[in-house]
Ligand binder design. Structure first.
Ligand code: NIG
Ligand code: FE
Length: 413
């Protein structure tokens, strides 16, 4: 047989299960790890997976010796705020003084400070800055990424952010899923007129859909930001307009965001640090993926993390993401999140790998395309400079990626 690429001498090949749905309960606890493996790629797709011994007789235009290291599918980061202007290192001192995240926002800082900087940046400036962060994500093994707007809070800047995402998707071989997060905060000029602002954001849904600028719609449902009722209104309208649904839910207060997401058939409910028992029960009975963001809990200096153990044991599908943004979690490194998931969420290595691959893909509607390797699938994969898959969550804070491939082509080494 003649292939374009043969990846051989793989110590451990990680193969998350594809069942058509996100993995829950026992399924999420299992991970297929094929030892002494090899796989072949032609026309950008996986054409064969088998043992290294069988592969010895194969011909290929390029042979990649994995040197007995770990190879996994490209990581999927299903929650990022990739496109923004400015930075917020000045808020570190406020955090050290103990000023809470929502208080910084109420004082006109936080998200609102990034909104100012994003408004003042040109599309090209935003594109260049986002490219820098995107390339760093890729260098850490991420090949499929979700990216939200939400630093405009008015038509022109929201569209500018979404256009940046579209252009990034066109320029880079990675796959970027775009989310409209217009209701991310309330601009000061709308204080006391929150419903009017929400109506304005709902008014953008149709245009964004027509211009094909986003696949998902999202809202920050939190005390002092948007209520459950407002979130329901917005998400229902988004659904009518053909958007997939996401929600920043129950991050600080248990408002019932998990319940709302499950009842509306949202693709994901994200954060969930304060999700109620009932919310977790409803998630486990729905197809809504719980996207957990332990990097954010860490970065906000909180003690209590999302109840990942209960979620998984009760049968909810869990995914992990960076939440990369300039305020509440400033890292592009999904491997670091894997370590936090092990240490703070008490997730097993097997659960963690499923959570950053196939379940993350399902959380952004890419379950059929990303998150695992299988014959016929796009060959997006990472060669890791480690001998076994448990090593990555264990050795934290550094980059273990050796080389990163999309469609069988190297994009980083
Ligand atoms: O997911 N919680 C709201 N939004 C982001 C933070 C955005 C920011 O602080 O700039 C989050 O944590
Ligand atoms: Fe977020």
């Amino acid at each position: 047989m003649d292939f374009d690429l043969l990846v051989h001498n793989i110590g451990q090949l990680i193969l998350p299960a594809y069942t058509g749905k996100s993995l829950k309960g026992e399924e999420m606890k299992q991970l297929t790890v094929k030892e002494s493996a090899a796989f072949a790629v032609s026309d950008g797709k996986v054409t064969w997976i088998g043992s290294d011994a069988e592969a010895k007789s194969f011909n290929a235009k390029v042979k990649l010796d994995a040197e007995e290291k770990v190879v996994s599918p490209g990581l999927v980061d299903p929650h990022t705020h990739l496109v923004f202007g400015g930075t917020r290192e000045h808020e570190l001192a406020l955090k050290q003084e103990g000023v809470p995240y929502l208080e910084i926002l109420a004082r006109g800082g936080g998200i609102l400070s990034t909104v100012e900087a994003t408004k003042n940046a040109t599309l090209q400036e935003l594109f260049d800055k986002a490219s820098f962060h995107l390339e760093r994500m890729v260098s850490h093994g991420t090949t499929t990424i979700e990216a939200k707007s939400g630093y405009g809070l008015e038509r022109e800047t929201e569209l500018k952010q979404l256009r940046v995402v579209k252009q990034l998707n066109e320029k880079y071989p990675v796959s970027i899923v775009s989310t409209f997060l217009g209701p991310h905060a309330i601009p000061p000029s709308y204080n006391g007129k929150e419903n009017e602002f929400l109506q304005d954001m709902m008014g953008l849904l149709e245009e964004i859909k027509e211009k094909n600028l986003a696949d998902f719609a999202d809202i920050f449902c939190e005390t002092g930001v948007f209520s459950i009722e407002q979130s329901r209104l917005f998400l229902q309208r988004a659904k009518e307009n053909g958007f997939g649904l996401k929600i920043h839910a129950d991050e600080i207060d248990p408002l019932g965001g998990a319940e709302l997401a499950s009842s509306l058939g949202a693709a994901s409910a994200d954060h969930l640090v304060a999700a109620s028992d009932e919310g977790i029960r409803m998630l486990s009975e729905s197809e809504t993926v719980a996207v957990l963001l332990p990097g954010t809990t860490f970065y906000l200096g909180k003690e209590h993390y999302a109840r990942a153990r209960k979620m998984i044991d009760d049968g909810a599908a869990v995914a992990l993401a960076t939440d990369f943004n300039p305020g509440s979690c400033v890292t592009e490194n999904l491997q670091l999140i894997m370590s936090l998931a092990a240490l703070k969420l008490k997730m097993t290595s097997e659960e963690i790998w499923n959570a950053v691959t196939i379940n993350a893909a399902h959380a952004i509607g890419k379950g059929e395309l990303a998150g695992t390797l299988d014959v016929g699938r796009q060959a997006d994969f990472v060669v890791w400079d480690v001998q076994n898959y448990k090593y990555i969550p264990y050795h934290y804070g550094v980059n273990h990626a050796k080389s990163v491939y999309v469609s069988g082509q190297i994009i980083w080494e």
